[in-house]
Ligand binder design. Sequence first.
Ligand code: HDD
Length: 704
Amino acid sequence: MKNQKKNKATHIDKYLVDNTNKVMTTNDGVPVYDNNNTLKAGDRGPSLQQDHIFFDKLMHFDRERIPERVVHARGSGAHGVFEATADMSKYTTAAFLKKGTITPVFTRFSTVAGFKGSTDLARDVRGFSVKFYTEEGNYDLVGNNIPVFFIQDAMNFPDLVHAVKPEPNNEMPQAASAHDTFWDFISLMPESAHMVMWAMSDRAIPRSLRMMEGFGVHTFKFVNAKGKGTFVKFHWKPRLGVHSVAWNEAQKISGFDADFHRRDLWEAIENGDFPQWDLGVQLIAEEDEMKFSFDILDPTKIIPEELVPVQLIGTMTLNRNPENFFAETEQSAFDPGRLVPGIDFSDDPLLQGRIFSYMDTQNYRLGGPNFHELPINRPINSKHNNQKDGFSRMDINKGAVSYFPNSKAEGCPYHAMLKGETGFQSHRQPIEASKVRARSTSFADHFTQARLFFNSQSPEEQEHIINAYSFELSKVNDVDIRKRELAILNQIDKTLAKKVGNNLGLVPPKELDALTIKFARHNHPKYPIKPQKPEVETSAALSMKVKAGEGTIKSRKVAFLVDEGVSKVSVDKMKKQLEKEGAQIVLIASHVGKIMYKEGGETEIQHSYLTEASVCYDAFYTPDGDSVQKLSDNSDYLQFINEGYRHCKALSFAKGAEELAKKSFIEKDAGVIFESSDNLVKDFIHVMKGHRVWEREKPRKVPA
Ligand code: HDD
């Protein structure tokens, strides 16, 4: 099934260039005789201006960089397929959503604030963009791993981004929201309260790009063959579950492997562990638009799954890494304004603003209006229109006619409607309104859903949120900003505000700050308003907590901590079972190269305690053997297991290795498996399936 879905040939393959057994040429195809020496007047003389070979090479090199994306600069992409699995014809005419249709996709995940070379593990929102190359043209679903947004109106977007990006005077900090300008803005924009709560949760530090949800965020519209609209929210549900790392771990991973997420995605696909997500929709009849306590056009609100369940309508499988990062991932151009027949915008004011921004930014970033001719952006169906010329035009359009209407080309390319064919038609939505710069009062409740999110978290998740706010606000130098944000937290949850306040040495103000109210009144003159009673107080889908035994260990990385003389029997017994469940085993020893087994024979070691860190692994096993003695004097080994313990990971010890646990800070608990007292393999797998033993965090005794 897995391999069956691997799309070996895609529409971009015809552009691949293979240099094997080829002579080097200039860009004009002239064979290069010597690529080492410039043309000189004598072997010690000056270079000559006629060295066209050198100029050809340097001219290209000097222009190799293009502007990075103003946001979402750091990203990783992969090709795949989307298979529609449900009959949606009642709601939409979109051809790629017809049951059984398989559509090629390119997906790009990203962080938002950091530059192109920044760390993957920043506390940040993750972008989740999918380009569907459908038979009816490209459809881009440009979402995030968080279902709401910081602001309600696109007019504020540049301000938000200026506030979170490094401060303009000293360009610090990189890929971090923990600084004055971000919290200054946020504390004056109470509409951000819900999204900030998500950003301070562990959702903002995913374990893997393969283990995060995706959301279209806005409400969109499906349109059926009769022209009837249905509101729709899109969800991506990962088959591997939704998991995070701990904040302390995230900070360390940034040092050990800044490419952690990129590497994880790449390796999983290379290993054939193709990540999969189910596409889900929440459908809301047009008649029900106003039936909730919140406005479905407000992008700072979710529709709790208890009110409108998520129906699964398809599956995306990522099964092929790009051949070339620049050509594919960097040049991919996403745009939420790229729709196909059967899908339309809603009036969400944030979405409406996005429709302009993406096209505009691609024009700039990719050097002109022909970026859709780049292989990664080309639709799989051919394009026909009268747009022509521009920088780097690749298509060679035939004929003298590039206008419509025409008689000389028999009216071609013709409008779909002229021949009774379907094309993109906007939903015929009646509108009667005056032109105003204003915001609906139905957008004015900023705290109810922030509270819903906080209340839906497990105690450990709540503690992480408290720590995250405390971390970020401690890095803010201006005490007035800290107080303003505390006042916002106090509107959401008193305990949350009090605990963050304690960490800042401040008592949370009871009322919102006067400045916050002043700015909020620009949008809602009577702010703060009395919110409507919410339909639900908690929502199970908002917590990431899984119980031991519930999840999967597929593609999880387990470190076997070994050394010279390790027992092969002890290694193999565990390895066999873990591999059967799909886990990846990595042997780590005090040196790379070969080590001897206790029973004789050798094994190859790729990673040593010098090159690896516990934070890059999900679980640890220490087998029996003569290695145990060696490890007992190895402080790097002890650091591995202490830190793994601190980060609430599963640790298992073969019988002869149990004494090593006693030399560390580890205390026996459900996540520490001893061969003498537990069912070694079974219990280890059971704990790993729960992702982490978060309960272990309290009280924290491990100083790793
Ligand atoms: Fe945006 C990139 C997601 C609001 C303007 N955005 C970008 C990307 C993602 C999102 C995933 C990266 C695309 C890629 O992988 O290349 N953006 C969102 C979501 C939003 C959102 C989920 C709110 C719900 N964005 C938003 C607004 C504006 C923009 C309101 C401007 C009015 N976004 C951009 C941009 C970017 C972009 C400046 C930068 C690079 C690019 O478009 O291609 O146009």
